[in-house]
Design a protein around this ligand. Structure first.
Ligand SMILES: [Mn+2]
Length: 322
């Protein structure tokens, strides 16, 4: 059952013990959204396997903790936050769960008790709407967490739509936090040498293919596929695909310039198809998506690259007059 923001409060009040569960390697959008919901409606906050470095920095700033992999049986309801694909929560089996999310995949919501899923730049934006419609004014910690979630999920507003700016303005107006405090949380993230090296390796090993209009780059690294792909787009790729092995699992992250998405490329669909064809799954957004599957990164990268080139073939970058 798909619900609206103003229905969440009534539904959630019907459950005693609620767990807000974030995806694996939870990011600030997941953790911030889960934290604000827990504060507003009660319950516990948890993540699968752990949280990202940026999310850990946010948790320190707001003085909060998350449970890692708690047993879900003790809860009356699990609310899966910022997660659209079952793979992202591992092999957790949940009987009764709800979903609050901004991705476009339908995997998890199909058997959810209720779901609030709509396209938005971040889950934090949806959570803000839930709080507003429920007449709840969040604490400064929750306000800070939501703003940090919006900043990170929009790539520091690089991919933001008007509603993200509007939501941040509303949060700042209704709380005592300053925008600079949110930036402080993010700048506390150490500039990891390993992340920079991964990006440089991705660039030096890159396979570059291009047509008249599009440059598609793929590369293999040992870690930080997502930020490495982002770097490749920053330095000139229209689409970047970066893969690596994590144990027995191959993970591939894709990033695309807005032009490529506007021309019709849907990385979420491609990652989903290629992932499922190799005993895995994938998804995300049109311009930023990932898959986890079985196979050699070079094989899966080649398949993704082929699909990307097919999707872009004959399509020209749109001239958008804004
Ligand atoms: Mn998100």
């Amino acid at each position: 059952m798909q619900i609206q923001e103003d229905e969440f409060k009534d539904l959630i009040s019907g459950y005693n013990r609620v767990l807000y569960l974030c995806h694996r390697n939870a990011d600030p959008d997941a953790v911030g959204s889960g934290f604000a919901l827990r504060e507003a409606f009660g319950g516990d906050l948890a993540a699968v396997e752990g949280v990202s470095r940026t999310a850990a920095s946010l948790l320190r700033a707001i003085g909060a903790d998350v449970l890692i992999d708690p047993p879900v049986e003790g809860y009356d309801l699990v609310v899966v936050v910022d997660t659209a694909v079952r793979l992202q929560i591992g092999d957790l089996s949940m009987k009764e769960y709800a979903v609050v999310d901004h991705h476009q995949d339908r995997d998890l919501i199909e058997s959810a008790l209720f779901s609030l899923q709509r396209p938005a730049d971040s889950t934090a934006e949806i959570v803000w709407e839930i709080l507003a419609k429920s007449g709840i004014v969040p604490s400064r910690e929750a306000a800070l967490a939501l703003v940090v979630g919006i900043i990170t999920d929009t790539g520091r507003f690089k991919h933001a739509h008007a509603s993200s700016f509007r939501t941040v303005a509303e949060i700042l107006e209704s709380s005592t936090i300053e925008y600079a405090e949110a930036l402080d949380v993010l700048s506390r993230v150490p500039t990891e040498t390993s992340r920079r090296i991964a990006a440089l390796r991705a660039a030096s090993r890159a396979e570059i293919e291009w047509t008249n209009d599009w440059v598609v780059v793929s590369s293999e690294v040992g870690a930080f596929e997502g930020s490495s792909a982002m770097t490749l787009v920053d330095i000139g790729a229209d689409v970047a695909l970066v893969g690596g092995m994590h144990g027995n699992v191959c993970r591939i992250s894709g990033r695309a310039r807005r032009d490529a998405s506007l021309a019709g490329l849907d990385l979420a669909a491609i990652m989903g198809d290629v992932g499922r064809a190799h005993q895995g799954d994938g998804g995300g957004h049109r311009g930023a998506a990932a898959l986890e599957a079985t196979g050699h990164p070079l094989v899966l990268l080649a398949e993704c690259r082929k699909r990307v080139l097919e999707a872009l073939e004959g399509r020209r970058p749109l001239q958008v007059d804004l």
